[in-house]
Design a protein around this ligand. Structure first.
Ligand SMILES: NC(=O)c1ccc[n+]([C@@H]2O[C@H](COP(=O)([O-])OP(=O)(O)OC[C@H]3O[C@@H](n4cnc5c(N)ncnc54)[C@H](O)[C@@H]3O)[C@@H](O)[C@H]2O)c1
Length: 259
């Protein structure tokens, strides 16, 4: 294996990456993958203790990491986080909009406030973080933004109307960033994971018959795990993907390909 070629094509030395919602699950796996490829990583999540534990765990693997705790739906808190990082000399080159929440219920039982809770994290959060970190990327002439959308932004199932709508909006927003900022060295793409075995899907993991459904609906015949998702994000933020812009890439074991 030619290590110099791999380093040049996929390496992230000298880059700083912020991953929202990364104290656990898919976000943590992404932080670990980008860190292993040479980036300094910023862990973001809601609880300081959870962020600190994630930073410590990455540190044990030799990854330079720090925490910045904010709620992505709170624009002032996101802006304060951006200032704090910049003052510490951590200028974010790579932003992964990954924080997410869920509320499964029939759409006619969903209140406007519950709808907003989903939109405010996925859609507003993605806007707030992009809005805060994009100007620095544009000024430096380099930026990578990846948003964790979902297969449910493209096809859906009952009880997740708000979530599906939010995920479709995140992918559309990445296309908007791509066309407005592509000339400044910035790429913006989305990933669309299938059904991933994390705390997010505990309800599905406990649902009677769900494993049978997975075997029938997913050509790969199994759950995805965070480690199935993270390398695709590494690819999208690496030099290898510098000409990929405005795309949504499904990582779903073939789920969306099935009629
Ligand atoms: N698990 C799946 O099947 C699946 C499939 C497709 C997409 N996704 C998406 O992947 C992303 C990560 O999900 P996961 O499965 O790792 O779930 P997870 O619940 O394990 O992780 C989500 C993290 O986001 C944090 N978070 C929630 N709201 C936040 C906010 N307002 N500000 C900052 N952090 C916040 C949570 O505290 C948590 O640590 C989400 O956007 C989710 O919608 C998950």
């Amino acid at each position: 294996m030619d290590n110099a070629y791999l380093q040049q094509t996929f390496g992230l030395d000298g880059r700083t990456a912020l991953i929202t919602g990364s104290a656990r699950g898919i976000g943590f796996a992404i932080a670990r993958a980008l860190g292993k490829a040479g980036a300094r990583v910023v862990i973001n999540d809601l609880r300081p203790q959870a962020c600190a534990e994630a930073v410590a765990s990455l540190g044990q693997e030799g990854i330079e990491a720090r925490a910045i705790c904010f709620d992505v739906s709170d624009e002032a808190a996101v802006q304060a986080g951006e200032r704090e990082l910049a003052q510490a000399g951590w200028h974010v080159d790579i932003l992964i909009n990954n924080a997410g929440n869920q509320n499964r219920k029939p759409l006619v039982e969903m209140s406007s406030a519950e709808w907003q809770q989903i939109m405010s994290v996925h859609v507003n959060g993605t806007f707030h973080c992009t809005r805060a970190f994009l100007p620095g990327m544009a000024a430096r002439g380099f930026g990578r933004i990846v948003s964790t959308a979902s297969v449910s932004g493209q096809a859906t199932m009952p009880l997740i109307a708000a979530y599906s709508s939010a995920k479709a909006a995140m992918a559309a927003f990445m296309r908007a960033v791509a066309i407005e900022h592509g000339a400044q060295g910035i790429t913006a793409n989305a990933i669309a994971p299938g059904i991933v075995h994390t705390d997010f899907t505990v309800g599905l993991q406990q649902r009677e018959g769900f494993e049978d459904y997975l075997r029938q609906a997913v050509p790969a015949g199994r759950w995805a795990y965070p480690e199935d998702i993270a390398p695709t994000v590494l690819f999208l933020v690496s030099p290898a993907a510098s000409f990929i812009n405005g795309q949504t890439l499904a990582i779903d074991g073939g789920m969306l390909a099935r009629l």
